[in-house]
Design a protein around this ligand. Structure first.
Ligand code: RP5
Length: 181
């Protein structure tokens, strides 16, 4: 957690403000080495003004912390958890096994196997305990999916998502126009 502080500081003041509200989304990762990937999703939540928390929870190095995190998540007001991990990436599946909240898994590309190991570990959850798995290193989509989940119940958030999609559409149409002219 100590090692996250400089990064959080760099993302001030918005994150600080977000963290001061009751978090709706929990972002966790197996190691601080996952942070460069996971902070991209954190930035998206920040841009949408979604209160979130960010922490390191390792399934194999801090198993009891993982249990505590998952079991307290709903009670603490979280609505969804984004969990990123690399290698034999048990974190998202184990958290999903200990909370009934939706869990979104981000396979993080490690130094070997190009992240396919993480992808398979996360996406191949056996029947009964789902983990919504995004593409390798794609914490952007994890954040956008979390925002859509919240937007299903919070009209302001849905409106922001509509505006985000419109902006993307306009960007592409602008490029088409430039190519055509
Ligand atoms: C996993 O092992 C983490 O999620 C990380 O992606 C990977 C490597 O961790 P470090 O050795 O860099 O701490 O638990």
């Amino acid at each position: 957690q100590e090692r996250l502080k400089p990064i959080l500081k760099a993302m001030e003041p918005e994150i600080e403000r977000n963290l001061s509200l009751r978090p709706l989304v929990g972002i966790i990762m197996g190691s601080d080495s996952d942070l460069p990937v996971m902070k991209v999703g954190a930035k998206i939540l920040k841009d949408f003004g979604i209160p979130f928390e960010l922490s390191i929870v390792s399934a194999h190095r801090t198993p009891m912390r993982m249990v505590e995190y998952a079991q307290s998540a709903a009670k603490r007001g979280l609505k969804t958890v984004i969990a990123g991990a690399g290698g034999a990436a048990h974190l998202p599946g184990m958290v999903a096994a200990m909370t009934s909240l939706p869990v979104i898994g981000v396979p993080v590309k490690g130094s070997s196997l190009d992240g396919v190991d993480s992808l398979h570990s996360i996406v191949q959850m056996p029947r009964g305990v789902p983990v919504a798995t995004v593409a390798i290193n794609n914490s952007t989509n994890a954040a956008l999916l979390a925002i859509r989940m919240l937007g299903a119940f919070i009209p302001d958030i849905l409106e922001k998502m509509d505006a985000y999609m419109k902006k993307m559409e306009n960007e592409v149409l602008g490029k088409v126009e430039r190519l055509d002219s």
